[in-house]
Design a protein around this ligand. Structure first.
Ligand code: PEP
Ligand code: MG
Length: 362
């Protein structure tokens, strides 16, 4: 059911005719996906998967997986999660009914999945049938002083490829299931987070492709899919030409790209950035409005280099800036194909994308 009606919906129709970029939403639950569609989203540009593992049943399996001694132990724990992931993705694919859906492989700071209290450690030890002291030791060994710069994103997939393999299997099986149910062609877009080195993407891609082949040989179903990467580290932007060799699309993660370009923690910035604004050092909060001079330069450079490698490279943005009108104007200037923002910002993004296209004479 469309959430917009009357003259506002007419205005939005005019805007839609004027714009060039498509507007997607960041959505990770069926409720988000429905809201996104009701506001006119034309796909999901970022389905984060880390929050899917925090409920009681799943977090235990996740902890067993991370604290297992061997790849076999990890696979055993992941086998418990596979049916749930498949159901998560199938429902989202069905709601989106053939519109593009970009699913990002797990990107947590690792510590969020570790047991924290003695009871949690005992619970996991019990489920795994190992000594509490041994499990405490393994948990302590994974402690990080700076998790946001630590075992995150594709680094986790390099350490534990079984997670990416389970997620890829869930995605392909869910896509096949949803295609059968809706009759719509479902072409999942699998996104690898926090890539900084082309070899990281190549490593994960190889595993995803192997799973695609496996699922194909089991089911006999053809699976079309795209594989791409977030560009959210300066190193990735600087090496985008090389990274594009293994990518069907780039999605700019401008939350992390802003954090890592400025060297300012995205979680702690608010206090002193307010002071900076009051003292005239900066005009706008760069976590809200894309910083054209620094972060924007990296986005532009990566877009151009990526497209030099691959003329048809799809380009989008999925950081918070994707719902900010001034930043959307910048995305139009750089020639991105789509912006992706929170579901409730989709109407604003549709209007801003239209205004930006009119300004640039599309
Ligand atoms: C980003 O970094 O811009 C992004 C979209 O990813 P996340 O906010 O989940 O780190
Ligand atoms: Mg990020």
């Amino acid at each position: 059911q469309p959430a917009l009606s009357g003259s506002f919906s007419t205005l939005m129709e005019w805007a839609d005719k004027a714009r060039r970029m498509t507007v997607r939403a960041n959505a990770e639950t069926p409720a988000d996906a429905r809201t996104a569609r009701s506001f006119g989203a034309e796909g999901i540009g970022l389905c984060r998967t880390e929050h899917m593992f925090f409920d009681d049943e799943r977090i235990l399996a996740m902890r067993e997986m991370i604290l297992a001694e061997s790849a076999d132990g990890r696979r055993k724990a992941l086998a418990k999660l596979l049916p749930m992931q498949r159901a998560d993705f199938a429902e989202i694919f069905e709601i989106m009914a053939g519109l593009p859906v970009t699913i990002r492989l797990l990107d947590p700071p690792l510590h969020e999945f570790l047991p924290k209290t003695e009871e949690e450690i005992a619970e996991v030890a019990n489920a795994m049938g190992v000594e509490v002291a041994l499990l405490r030791e393994r948990t302590e060994a994974l402690h990080e002083f700076n998790p946001m710069l630590g075992h995150r994103g594709c680094r986790l997939a390099v350490s534990y490829p079984e997670i990416a393999e389970m997620q890829a299997r869930a995605i392909f099986e869910a896509a096949a299931q949803a295609a059968e149910k809706t009759g719509a062609p479902i072409v999942p877009e699998i996104m690898v987070p926090l890539v900084g080195i082309a070899n990281e993407l190549a490593f994960v891609k190889e595993r995803v492709e192997a799973v695609a082949e496996e699922v194909l040989s089991e089911s006999g179903q053809k699976i079309d899919y795209l594989i791409g990467t977030m560009i959210e580290l300066p190193r990735a932007a600087l090496n985008a030409g090389e990274i594009a060799n293994a990518a069907d699309f780039f999605s700019f993660g401008t939350n992390d790209l802003t954090q890592t370009t400025f060297g300012i923690s995205r979680d702690d910035a608010a206090g002193f950035l307010d002071t900076y604004r009051q003292k005239g050092i900066i005009e706008k909060d760069p976590f809200v409005t894309l910083d054209r001079d620094g972060v924007g330069q990296l986005v532009r450079m990566a877009s151009e280099a990526g497209r030099r490698t691959r003329g048809d490279l799809k380009l989008g943005i999925c950081g918070e800036h994707g719902g900010d009108p001034a930043s959307i104007t910048f995305c139009e200037e750089v020639g991105l194909d789509y912006v992706s923002c929170s579901p409730f910002r989709v109407p604003i993004a549709r209007l801003a994308a239209a205004q930006a296209a009119c300004r640039s004479g599309v």
